[in-house]
Design a protein around this ligand. Structure first.
Ligand SMILES: Cc1ncc(COP(=O)(O)O)c(C=O)c1O
Length: 450
């Protein structure tokens, strides 16, 4: 590593002014609590533009972006091929809400990359995709309840809003019967009567819970890698066993690949871990920065959306949005070119960042672990050797220290959300130079913190 110092960013006066102004018209000055003062102190860095791996704020400060729009920007900012297809498509009309070649062209590429996609249905967000997957699973099995895991986030749909945030460790209840914490007001309590909750990465607890509730379940839904408590990997063979157990009780296995899809492999984590989910959901990287989601699976299930009696309803003015579909086609072509060579590049850069950060923490004698690999990882300030599930996260991850660490990195030109529940993202636009910039900045911050 070089010893070059980073330059401190300028005061963010214009960011502050703009944030004050935005609060007059928007709740918390933003459109999601994960972007405002709940996370950034005293307020967010207000961004003006992006290119490649970089973003610039209103005060002209430049940052290497490791958040990448919560992972949506797999090709970085303003990729020339995406800019080109957007302007070409737009010139012919943004969207018709009618049949277009663009939607079939996107779907064909999707099918080629995702092994379990006999068919695909596009939605406008990951939340819409997981909502639809649950409706399909309920229709297919004739059952109502489903199982979700503590600390997993599947979007903000009512039924999924249970134990998605962290809570004091001493309030979590027994593993076989976790305490239930709704994530939102305004959801009827009866909605949660249909949700069975289980701890993740714990087969014993899952088996015990399934013995009690398994026969009533339409589905078991899981993220393959926990991406909303940072980055927590599944134990060896765990996901296959969850799939087998779900099937043993007649429930569908839904793999929520909204974060991992098109990121960990051309065919997502299902390809990487050799899984065959009954349904899988996608979003983020699929749209390379454009709002989209998708449900993929066998015809036997997706055909339930065909018009007729007993159909599963899925409408949406913007479904199969022409502009987005044209972006998807280009994005998936870029990702699958040369046998997916770009994944090797992303893995190389991500693995170097992970190894480099571990080295910085070791040298600076800071208790921290870096979890994940390749395209996605997270740092936890903890004296433990790993964070293995939601309960570990609630008990052992020092999320305030993480927030302080990120705020100091922001002052040194590294853009990342201070929320420990999210994760660092490597896009095709990142370079080894970006990793070096990160490591120099992290080293300086660690020196201060130590
Ligand atoms: C695993 C997972 N599923 C679903 C969603 C919801 O996706 P969206 O934000 O596009 O609605 C998210 C969003 O972060 C997610 O992480």
């Amino acid at each position: 590593m070089t010893t070059k110092m980073t330059t401190k960013t300028n005061e963010r006066e214009r960011s502050r002014e703009w944030y004050d102004r935005a609060q007059q018209s928007l709740i918390e000055g933003v459109n999601s609590p994960s972007r405002g003062a709940a996370v950034y102190s005293p307020g967010p860095v207000v961004l003006e533009r992006g290119r490649g791996s970089r973003v610039w704020d209103l005060d002209g400060n430049e940052y290497v972006d490791f958040m990448m729009s919560f992972g949506a920007l797999i090709q970085g900012h303003a990729h020339p091929k995406i800019v080109e297809v957007v302007s070409q498509t737009m010139a012919g009309g943004s969207h018709f809400a009618a049949a277009t070649p663009a939607e079939a062209e996107a779907a064909e590429r999707f099918q080629r990359m995702v092994p379990t996609a006999e068919a695909v249905r596009f939605t406008n967000s990951g939340t819409e995709a997981t909502m639809l997957a649950l409706r399909l699973a309920r229709a297919h099995t004739g059952r109502t309840k489903f199982l979700k895991f503590e600390g997993h986030y599947h979007g903000w749909y009512d039924a999924y809003c249970l134990n998605g945030n962290s809570h004091p460790a001493d309030q979590l209840g027994p593993r076989e019967n976790p305490t239930r914490f709704p994530d939102s007001e305004g959801i009827p309590a009866s909605v949660f009567d249909d949700v069975v909750l289980a701890p993740w990465n714990d087969l014993e607890a899952l088996e015990s819970i399934l013995r009690q509730h398994g026969p009533e379940l339409a589905a078991v839904i899981t993220e393959p890698i926990m991406a909303n408590m940072g980055c927590i990997l599944p134990r060896d063979g765990y996901l296959q066993k969850v799939c087998d157990l779900a099937h043993q009780f007649g429930a569908l296995f839904i793999l929520d690949e909204v974060v991992t899809g098109f990121r960990y492999a051309p065919g997502g984590c299902q390809q990487r871990y050799g899984l065959k989910p009954d349904l899988s959901t996608f979003g983020k990287a699929l749209g390379a920065g454009f709002p989209v989601g998708a449900v993929a699976g066998p015809r036997a299930i997706l055909d339930r959306m065909r018009w007729g009696s007993g159909m599963v309803l899925h409408y949406g003015t913007f479904n199969g949005h022409r502009l987005t579909m044209s972006v998807i086609a280009v994005n998936l072509d870029l990702l699958s070119a040369n046998d997916g060579a770009v994944y090797k590049q992303i893995y190389g850069i991500g693995d170097a960042a992970v190894a480099g950060l571990r080295d910085v923490f070791r040298r600076r004698k800071i208790d921290a672990v870096v979890q994940g690999f390749g395209p996605m990882f997270q740092i936890y300030f903890t004296g433990r050797d790993a964070i293995r599930d939601y309960r570990d996260y609630c008990q052992y991850a020092d999320t305030s220290k993480y927030s302080r660490f990120i705020h100091r990195l922001l002052d040194r030109g590294i853009y990342m959300t201070p929320s420990n529940g999210l994760h660092w993202i490597i896009s095709t636009a990142h370079t080894m130079q970006d990793v070096e910039t990160l490591l120099v900045a992290a080293d300086e911050v660690c020196a201060e913190m130590a």
